[in-house]
Write a protein that binds this ligand. Structure first.
Ligand SMILES: [Fe+2]
Length: 249
């Protein structure tokens, strides 16, 4: 991902990868990682042309309600149940420069902690007016924003009594299929964060803290929504932790 409008060559200091930033692939406290983690040495495969050059996103592909999860699956005149919030931030590179024209996708459970998915088994009720996914494209300043409801925490089959803290999943899509990064955002002040085995698989406390969005009082809309700010840094010392890519691989 790079800013095409910036024709100046990179001359800044090299940002070395921090290989301890991401959790080890094998983290038994997070039970699924036992079977998912590679058992043999990794192989490096070259990218194909189609992986490097596509896809290309245009702003025209984004629908009017794609960044409004309160309404994008709701019946006309109705809205999703839950605490109304705005989530916004910027996608930045390791030098703090904006990364424009990036497809940002997000998905989450409803206010009761239930996903609308055929394999979902949690007993919390489905909200017929909430689909739980949306998308937007960053503007020239690398900024994105969407409306949603605050998701609920939910239990998951891992240990005897494990719960996911309230969270929103994010996908950041660059200019090619091999440039997709996945992460999760948590909410400031949630005590559930520190009890989650997935969160606790991350060895560095500051990496966890960068996944926690602070409440943004300044952008609260009176009588409507509170705001949370979540900046996403693609690489470098301030990099957001991406769960699908271990730095150095
Ligand atoms: Fe989730």
């Amino acid at each position: 991902m790079f800013d095409k409008s910036n024709s100046q060559p990179e001359t800044g200091p090299f940002f070395a990868r921090d290989r301890s930033w991401h959790p080890p692939a094998y983290t038994p406290g997070y039970k699924t990682s036992v079977l998912r983690s590679p058992q043999r040495a990794l192989l490096s495969l070259g990218s194909t042309l189609s992986e490097i050059t596509g896809p290309v996103f245009g702003h025209a592909m984004i629908g009017e309600l794609d960044n409004d999860l309160i309404h994008n699956f709701a019946r006309p005149g109705e809205s999703a149940i839950g605490e109304r919030i705005i989530v916004h931030g910027r996608v930045l590179d390791e030098r703090g420069r904006a990364v424009p024209n990036v497809l940002v996708e997000f998905w989450q459970a409803n206010a009761g902690g239930r996903y609308r998915h055929k394999k979902e088994t949690y007993l919390a009720a489905i909200d017929p007016n909430f689909g739980g996914c949306g998308r937007t494209i960053t503007d020239a300043d690398g900024a994105y924003a969407f409306r949603t409801i605050r998701p609920g925490a939910y239990p998951w089959p891992n240990g005897v009594n494990d719960w996911r803290p309230a969270h929103i999943h994010f996908s950041i899509f660059g200019h090619g299929f091999v440039q997709r990064l996945i992460t999760q955002m948590y909410f400031e002040g949630d005590p559930m964060i520190w009890k989650c085995p997935i969160v606790n698989a991350i060895p560095d406390r500051s990496a966890i803290e960068q996944l926690i969005a602070p409440m943004d009082w300044g952008n609260t809309v009176p009588m409507d929504s509170r705001a949370y700010k979540f900046d996403i840094v693609l690489r470098g010392r301030r990099s957001t932790l991406f769960e699908n890519r271990r730095e150095g691989n």
